[in-house]
Design a protein around this ligand. Structure first.
Ligand code: 4AD
Ligand code: MG
Length: 464
């Protein structure tokens, strides 16, 4: 009779539930050899079966019929093993798996790039198809999956409707001219049909405009999917393809918007800590010492709110008192660089903050004009170490004001439907976009956006 097949995840969850693991009897496990160390009479294999972050310690003796083969198993080899769990409360790991039988399910050549030594993130980026097998990326991509579920739980538990906004669009929602346009390709690889849709089409930079229309039907909605930006900025925080969470709330103003931002960020931090304790522990110990302290402080502290105008003043004061910025020409009306955002959130506030009411010239056309005629009800959430992770605003709900802006900008054609929303049952409404990849950087302490995406896309980078 074949013994019962079981996963490492199940073994650990039974252990946490205080079940007697020795009662499992003989079981079968399969996975990949992380390390193999043979000391003659006894040998140890650290096995990872992908179902959880932790490895299972396999112990074999020289009495195994294929002991010679087993003692020479290379890192990366796929194996199946029969054996029993033995409790080892006096050892580093609480139990081990004493094997009675080992079979090789897939060999691994000795040129396997992921040998035991530590590899740099740069090196692993070149081997993006293998890196999910390393501790760091195993932890990261499981967390990415879990947090995606957390996003849906947060919004759906609050009655938000999930809208699949299109990836192909005829408009540049942000009006920043950073779009990838779409063409068809013939058999020879020649681009020709740029008019497939009868007009210029591109990959979406944001689902916001489309999701706003749904807010006028469902009240609270969100979209969560990939977005594309042809930004040439080669930084640690910009990707050409990234995921964005974009909620939109009808009857909500900027204040409601900020409350929702803060609630969702805190919820997702808590979610990560609760649902991925092993992974988060790893990040705290190995990637970003002090991470738990930082995250717990974020959970306990209200996010400070600061006017753009005050931010400018503080930056000017900083220059006067000798703080070095690469761009130290600080004036009201400027678009802040990441170094400026970081100064405010790291040096002044020392935690997450909202910077609000920006000059209208530097923000998108759909943002609501404030009574001063100079600023818009915009809000960026800035965090230490990164700068902006959320951009949001109250939307311009007044038809005439929006129409005037769109005419000036020349983007009214094709967006008449968007303007119509202000004519046919419009209302005050607001929304924001969280960069999901940047949020992952923040929650894990990983320093480069390329290390939060399974197959990152940045300019001049398309290996896989
Ligand atoms: O500030 P952004 O451009 O805002 C919007 O797209 C709005 N339509 C959102 C809304 O109100 N519904 O982008 C929102 C967030 C940024 O704060 C940042 O976290 C992320 O998206 N982001 C990027 N992440 C990675 N790579 C890039 N190139 C990014 N550009 C923006
Ligand atoms: Mg922004």
């Amino acid at each position: 009779m074949q013994p019962k097949a079981i996963t490492v995840r199940e073994i650990y969850s039974r252990f946490s539930a205080k079940e007697d693991l020795t009662k499992l009897g003989e079981i079968y496990i399969c996975g990949w050899v992380r390390t193999n160390r043979d000391s003659g009479s006894i040998g140890f294999i650290a096995l990872n079966d992908g179902t959880c972050f932790k490895n299972l310690q396999l112990v074999y003796s020289n009495e195994l019929s294929n002991h010679d083969e087993v003692s020479h198993l290379l890192t990366g080899t796929t194996i199946g093993a029969k054996g029993t769990i033995v409790m080892t409360p006096e050892m580093k790991q609480p139990f081990e798996f004493r094997v009675s039988f080992v079979e090789v399910l897939g060999t691994c050549d000795s040129d396997y790039p992921l040998q035991k030594k530590r590899h740099s993130f740069e090196y692993l980026r070149e081997e993006a198809y293998l890196r999910p097998r390393t501790n760091t990326f195993n932890a990261l991509f499981r967390l990415r999956s879990v947090l995606a579920r957390g996003v849906h739980e947060f919004f759906q538990d609050r009655g938000f409707v999930y809208v699949h906004t299109p990836e192909i669009t005829g408009n540049d929602a942000e009006g920043a001219g950073q779009v990838f346009s779409i063409a068809t390709m013939d058999e020879k690889g020649k681009l020709n049909d740029t008019d497939f849709f009868g007009k210029r089409a591109s990959l979406t930079v944001s689902g916001q405009l489309h999701v706003e229309a749904f807010a006028m039907a469902f009240r609270d909605v969100y979209t969560f999917g990939p977005t594309f930006r042809a930004e040439r900025s080669n930084t640690t925080r910009h990707a050409s393809e990234f995921w964005m969470i974009e909620p939109e709330i009808a009857f909500g103003d900027l204040e409601d918007d900020m409350n929702l931002m803060e609630d969702s960020i805190k919820y997702l931090i808590r979610y990560a800590l609760e649902k991925c304790p092993d992974e988060m522990d790893f990040f705290n110990k190995m990637i970003a010492p002090g991470l738990f302290e930082k995250l717990n402080r974020v959970l306990e502290t209200p996010f400070r709110r600061m006017e753009y105008t005050e931010g400018i003043k503080l930056l000017q004061d900083a220059v006067v008192s000798g703080h070095h910025f690469d761009n130290s020409d600080i004036f009201w009306g400027m678009d802040l660089q990441s170094e400026h955002e970081r100064y405010l959130t790291e040096e002044v506030v020392k935690g997450p903050m909202f910077l609000i009411n920006y000059p209208k010239e530097i923000k998108a056309f759909y943002m609501r004009e404030n009574d001063d005629g100079k600023t818009v009800a915009a809000c960026d959430c800035l965090v230490p170490g990164e700068g902006e992770i959320i951009g949001g605003s109250q939307r311009e709900e007044r038809y005439e004001i929006l129409e005037k802006k769109m005419k000036e900008l020349g983007n009214k054609e094709g967006l008449e439907w968007y303007l119509n929303l202000r004519k046919w049952g419009g209302c005050i409404h607001s929304g924001f976009g969280i960069g999901f990849d940047r949020l992952l950087m923040y929650i894990t302490g990983i320093g480069n956006i390329r290390d939060t995406e399974p197959y990152p896309r940045t300019s001049s980078q398309l290996k896989y």
